[in-house]
Write a protein that binds this ligand. Structure first.
Ligand SMILES: [Zn+2]
Length: 336
């Protein structure tokens, strides 16, 4: 029996059976990114410790900064009641995190991350999830072929005691994707866990990577993730019959819009045109608080979100569905 500490990707219950679309990258930076779960570039994410010793907290703050040194994201460890990321240290619950903006869907008294152990770079690994990264071993272009029997046998026992479905979800399954082209596997990524030789049928196992790889750093700072230039929010009028025209000028580009709701009530935000964009709505007065997301709910392949909104400022993040090569014009409008 090989005891392996591995990490559990928390998936929202209603998404368990939904194929996940991933972002992937070509020659320079390679990583597995759940592009739908990305925060707005330039955001400051508030973090609250639900418990923990001074020593644990110091280590977490230190390792979170490994990402914020490169990504255009900041962490504010202010223990705010409405913090975006909430950390527990329950040693009976392993190490896990919700991915990116999924944390917005979790009730505020509950953790969005658990650090049941903190070996090596565990906290940095979980913060990778918290900003939208997935497991490198589930990269569909991944180099690992599993010895499934050995994996299932080992993870069925302590300390994981996982059933087969859980083992398949966390380890054996690759992400299902229609967008991956020629990405390579990064054996040095901090998003890769240690796997023993006995688990891998096409070569040696993997090593535990305790620091960010050069590709991790390059990727998270790249235009495909959280680049240095934050998108400037374009102000949208409410009830704009013609819509505001915009365009995704480069693959992976993120567009940001802002609008004010003066009177509470039902609002519809929708895109128009031939470009297949995906939309996320955040607010009120908080660009980290996800309200809704949509891909093809509008006319054709357009996005549409209808929601009852309180007065305040709202933020709309638009990206192309095809993060690797998609560009094009579209329009966006808000109506009541
Ligand atoms: Zn993980």
């Amino acid at each position: 029996m090989t005891v392996v500490k591995t990490c559990f990707d928390k998936i929202l219950p209603w998404e368990i059976n939904r194929p996940q679309r991933m972002m992937s990258f070509g020659d320079q930076a390679r990583a597995v990114f759940v592009f739908r779960k990305m925060w707005i570039t330039g955001s400051t994410l508030q973090v609250r410790f639900l418990e923990g010793s001074a020593e644990q907290k110091t280590l977490v703050i230190e390792q979170a900064a490994w990402w914020s040194e490169h990504a255009n994201l900041n962490f504010d460890f202010n223990d705010a009641a409405n913090a975006d990321i909430r950390i527990a240290f329950d040693s009976r619950d392993g190490a896990w995190s919700y991915i990116g903006t999924d944390a917005s869907r979790i009730p505020q008294h509950l953790p969005t991350m658990n650090l049941g152990f903190m070996d090596g770079g565990t906290a940095a690994h979980e913060f990778g999830h918290a900003i939208g990264l997935a497991h490198e071993h589930q990269n569909p272009a991944g180099g690992i072929e599993w010895n499934e029997q050995a994996v299932i046998q080992d993870l069925s026992g302590p300390p994981n005691n996982w059933d087969e479905a859980t083992i398949r979800h966390n380890v054996l399954n690759k992400y299902s994707i229609d967008q991956i082209r020629g990405t390579e596997f990064d054996p040095d990524s901090i998003m890769l866990y240690f796997f023993p030789d006995s688990w891998v049928s096409n070569g040696p196992g993997t090593s535990a990577n305790e620091i960010l790889s050069n590709l991790d750093k390059a990727f998270i700072a790249s235009a495909d993730a959280y680049p240095g230039a934050s998108p400037a929010a374009t102000e949208l009028p409410v009830i704009d019959l013609d819509g505001t025209t915009a365009n995704i000028g480069a693959p992976g580009e993120e567009d940001l819009f802002r609008f004010e709701v003066g009177n509470a009530g039902r609002h519809t935000i929708e895109t128009g045109g031939q470009t297949d964009v995906v939309m996320k709505l955040f607010g009120p007065d908080n660009q980290n608080l996800l309200i809704a997301e949509d891909d093809d709910g509008g006319a054709g392949r357009n996005s549409k979100i209808t929601a009852d909104l309180l007065p305040g400022a709202y933020f709309v993040q638009i990206r192309h569905y095809n993060s690797r090569s998609g560009t094009g014009d579209y329009s966006i409008r808000v109506s009541t």
